[in-house]
Design a protein around this ligand. Structure first.
Ligand code: SF4
Length: 469
């Protein structure tokens, strides 16, 4: 099965976990995943454990499509649940790759949910296959699971700590054993993972936006290199692999995370507003109004408007009820692309010089449609402003934008790109501007897709389907 690539950076995945003896953990996991839906819309799943056995329900589709009331009732009765929403960054999009996955081995059985991407999964898989381990999926997540269940050790924490130094790349894991919930974050801390308290129980989630709606209280983030566990012996935390440097994903702040999440103490909404303000200083434009591409670029557009003194308007309305569907629009409709989701307001735009703020450009086809839409609605001038630096290099740590030869900024100058998309001008935020707006220590963040300086060495031709070939 081939995988469709859109013109947007594809979100990584969302992971969730809960340990509670007083809540319906499957139902809590369902609503936790609901809040993490933006991180992956291809498949969803929940695994529960009741001290004796682990059950999994995982399917293709959105969270609300994957679970019926009956499915949740079937998962009832446990005190541990983990969940996953997936966009495939390794392995194609098909049901056998939906997570959580169940993995069996000499150490026992675990269910595992993974956010991130390993850069050495194919070597690790080869080594395991030589030892006679068989695989059911094509994901790097199963490789992690297989390593853990085949590792000697007294406890799950010990096995995981022995496996961690062999894993290169990005991983946030939630793991359910029969009677323990574990949460693990790679020592570079690429992807976020946070810890919350829900009554007598513990919750872990990719983003803090998943905690509030459940009534859970944010406690802290799971630290890079940490193994957090809740089981019969209570709560334990250990350093599985010491973190000698950090590489949190800067692009989480730009696009991936929800604006109401807090990462490293910074509210994503405020970070985006600050990026918009920095963008206005670096890339000014003579215009009558600033609009943002909903939803991710709205806070940055507001920041741009504040800083520039140009009024902010809503010139594009997004249909909130168009979700990812497996039913493809017919060819003509597909050519219209974004028009299914975005509707311009000619009454607001006609005759105006418009600054349109967007979060990023991958192949540029979205912006070609966007500029055409705005012109058709009567905009007199269209100035495209992007609140992150140009995407010049692929990401190997869980955000899929395709290969370097698919990235328009790697092939054209900004002037050529503006002409290609039919815009009057195009301007990006610089790396320095983006990091200044984040206000966090620059050395602690990965910016490799903009700079080409990867925090771990990567094989430059890595493909997300490598494990299938
Ligand atoms: S390469 Fe870019 S998208 Fe990937 S982890 Fe680094 S900053 Fe994030």
């Amino acid at each position: 099965m081939t995988t469709r690539r859109s013109d947007r950076p594809r979100e990584a995945c969302g992971v969730f976990g809960i340990h509670s003896r007083t809540h319906d953990v499957a139902r809590i996991a369902f609503f936790g995943l609901y809040a993490l839906q933006h991180r992956g819309q291809e498949s969803a799943g929940i695994a529960t454990a009741d001290g004796e056995r682990i059950q999994v329900h995982a399917r293709m589709g959105l969270v609300a499509q994957v679970f019926t009331e009956e499915d949740l009732r079937d998962l009832e009765g446990g005190h541990i649940a983990i969940g996953h929403t997936r966009y495939s960054t390794t392995g194609s999009s098909r049901v056998c790759n939906a997570q959580p996955i169940l993995v069996d081995g000499p150490a026992g059985q675990i269910a595992l949910a993974h956010n991130g991407n390993l850069v050495n999964a194919d070597q690790l898989r080869e080594e395991l296959e030589q030892r006679g381990v068989e695989f059911e999926t094509t994901t790097d997540s199963e490789v992690i699971g297989a390593l853990i269940v085949n590792e000697p050790g007294e406890t799950w924490r010990e096995r995981i700590a022995r496996v961690m130094p062999r894993l290169n790349g990005a991983y946030c894991l939630t793991i359910a054993t029969r009677d323990e919930l574990l949460a693990v974050r790679d020592p570079l801390g690429f992807r976020p993972l946070c810890l919350g308290r829900l009554g007598d129980g513990w919750v872990v989630a990719s983003e803090s936006c998943a905690l509030g709606p459940l009534g859970a209280q944010f406690i802290r983030q799971i630290e890079p290199g940490e193994i957090f566990s809740v089981g019969r012996g209570g709560v334990t935390t250990a350093i599985g692999q010491p973190s000698t440097k950090r590489a949190g994903c800067a692009f989480e702040f730009v696009y991936v995370a929800r604006p109401d999440s807090v990462i490293d103490g910074r509210l994503v909404y405020q970070a985006r507003q600050a990026m918009g303000r920095a963008l206005a200083r670096e890339q000014p434009a003579e215009a009558d109004m600033v609009i943002g591409v909903p939803d991710s670029a709205i806070p940055a557009a507001m920041g741009y408007a504040e800083e520039s003194g140009i009024p902010f308007r809503e010139g594009l309305i997004k249909s909130r009820y168009i979700h990812r569907t497996f039913i493809q629009p017919e060819q003509n409709m597909r050519q219209q692309g974004v028009e299914l989701k975005l509707n311009p307001l000619p009454e607001i735009l006609a005759g105006q010089r418009v600054v349109v703020v967007d979060d990023s450009i991958v192949r540029g086809t979205t912006q070609v449609h966007l500029v055409r839409l705005l012109r058709r609605a009567g905009a007199r001038e269209v100035h495209v402003r992007i609140h992150c630096p140009p995407w010049l290099h692929p990401c190997y740590f869980g955000i899929d934008v395709g290969n370097r030869d698919q990235l328009i900024a790697a092939k054209m100058t900004e002037t050529e790109m503006a002409a290609h998309m039919g815009a009057d001008s195009l301007g990006y935020l610089s790396v320095e501007g983006m990091m200044g707006a984040l206000g966090l220590p620059e050395g602690d963040y990965c910016k490799a897709c903009f700079t080409g300086r990867y925090p771990v060495s990567v094989q430059l031709q890595m493909d997300k389907l490598a494990l299938e070939t």
